[in-house]
Design a protein around this ligand. Structure first.
Ligand code: SF4
Length: 398
């Protein structure tokens, strides 16, 4: 089995990490059948260390494998029908249950994946190349960036790449995505990382488009009772274990439509629930994050050390401790980012407070990114907690 370092891992090409090999799974249509989810959970615990992560791309990562156990896990997942769907787009998680979501959303996602997968010229497309099909509706994905995004716009679809956009019909959209992906490959650019490239990209794809200024949009509330008979379970910092995934799969089978929906917002959703399901769900999920006002939702973190070899602090564990000292606040904003090192993988954007691991201690950045200049250096986690508590007092906020 090939081991890749420093780039996007897949099911067949694991990445070396601090706690062994890491594999990534991208299911079709951003959803997992509950039966498959149970098999995945059992195999992750049997072959790896049982840690399962939901990424900000809505992919699943499993950790703690050896060469031999990674191959065994990959074989079991292939047998369960779960593979790395390299060209599968992210898709609106409630597309089939939300009457306000564009009805062609799922069909379009299938067509886009097929159009990309069937074109041998796209074999060289980076595994990280991200395509999004956003049917809007009650859980819009306006906050989610992608290399190429298709967003429902009335009767049409708006296709965006590299800071340019144009409208097209659903019947032309998948071919347009394919041509744009080809153009990106030919020009050697990833549109998401090159916001000014859009007009040239569309021109190379043979389709005129106009530059636009993306409007920042907050992520939707994805925790607790949701529209379209759905319910969200928050997973900051994106981690769950095999036992929780098994329990959620059983709840999806017993109370929902038998699927788990993967989101890019650190939350898994159950869908197709009856009106009576919520009390039973809340009882079964006591202690889990199901309240949209829970301060744990305002904290982002990576795994840190020892899971990641670059982290000198246990960022995920410390984030859980620090979340306990944050005040309750309305849904929406991010209060704290705990990063294992200055790379800031979990949250590349600025946060109100960012704690950055360095030599086993934390540096503190205010209103900035993990790589920005800190205002305090060398803090133990207890000292960082004290600073957060002091900042949360009413007199400090007045
Ligand atoms: S921010 Fe640093 S420690 Fe955290 S996952 Fe990225 S490289 Fe690892």
């Amino acid at each position: 089995m090939t081991v890749s370092r420093g780039w996007c891992p897949t099911l067949s090409t694991p990445m070396s990490s601090g706690d062994g090999l890491l594999l990534r799974i991208r299911p079709a249509l951003s959803r997992l059948d509950a039966t498959v989810a149970r098999r995945l959970a059992a195999a992750a615990a049997r072959h790896g260390n049982g840690v399962i992560e939901l990424t900000t791309r809505g992919n699943l990562q499993v950790r703690g494998f050896s060469d031999v156990s990674a191959a065994a896990f990959a074989d079991e997942m292939e047998a369960a029908g779960l593979s790395w769907r390299r060209h599968a787009p992210m898709v609106s998680p409630l597309a089939d249950g939300d009457p306000a979501c564009a009805p062609e959303t799922l069909g379009l996602a299938v067509a886009v994946e097929a159009a990309l997968a069937d074109d041998p010229a796209l074999d060289g497309l980076a595994p990280k190349f991200a395509v999004l099909v956003d049917g809007d509706g009650q859980m819009p994905m306006a906050s989610v960036a992608a290399d190429i995004a298709l967003r429902a716009a009335g009767q049409d679809w708006r296709i965006e790449a590299g800071g340019a956009a144009t409208l097209c019909g659903a019947d032309a959209a998948s071919e347009m995505v394919r041509r744009l992906a080809r153009a990106a490959l030919a020009l050697g650019i990833r549109p998401q990382g090159a916001p000014g490239c859009g007009e040239a990209l569309f021109q190379a794809a043979g389709w005129p488009a106009r530059a636009f200024e993306p409007m920042p949009a907050p992520p939707p509330v994805a925790v607790g009772r949701l529209p379209a008979r759905a319910f969200g379970i928050g997973l900051p910092p994106g981690q769950l274990d095999a036992a929780l995934l098994t329990r959620l799969a059983e709840l999806a089978e017993g109370l929902g439509d038998g699927t788990l929906r993967l989101t890019p917002w650190r939350a898994l959703l159950l869908a197709g629930l009856s009106d009576q399901a919520e009390p039973a769900l809340r009882r079964a999920l006591t202690g889990q994050l199901t309240d949209p006002d829970d301060p744990r939702l305002r904290v982002a973190s990576c795994i840190g050390g020892p899971g990641c070899a670059s982290g000198s602090v246990p960022a995920a564990a410390d984030a859980r401790l620090l979340a306990a000292v944050l005040p309750a606040m309305p849904p929406g904003g991010l209060a704290l980012h705990v990063s294992g090192c200055a790379k800031g993988c979990a949250h590349p954007e600025p946060a109100a407070v960012t704690l950055v691991g360095r030599d086993g201690l934390y540096d503190l950045v205010e209103h900035g990114r993990a790589g920005d200049t800190p205002v305090r250096r060398g803090l133990m986690v207890e000292a960082a907690a004290a600073l957060l508590q002091a900042a949360a007092r009413p007199e400090a906020r007045a």
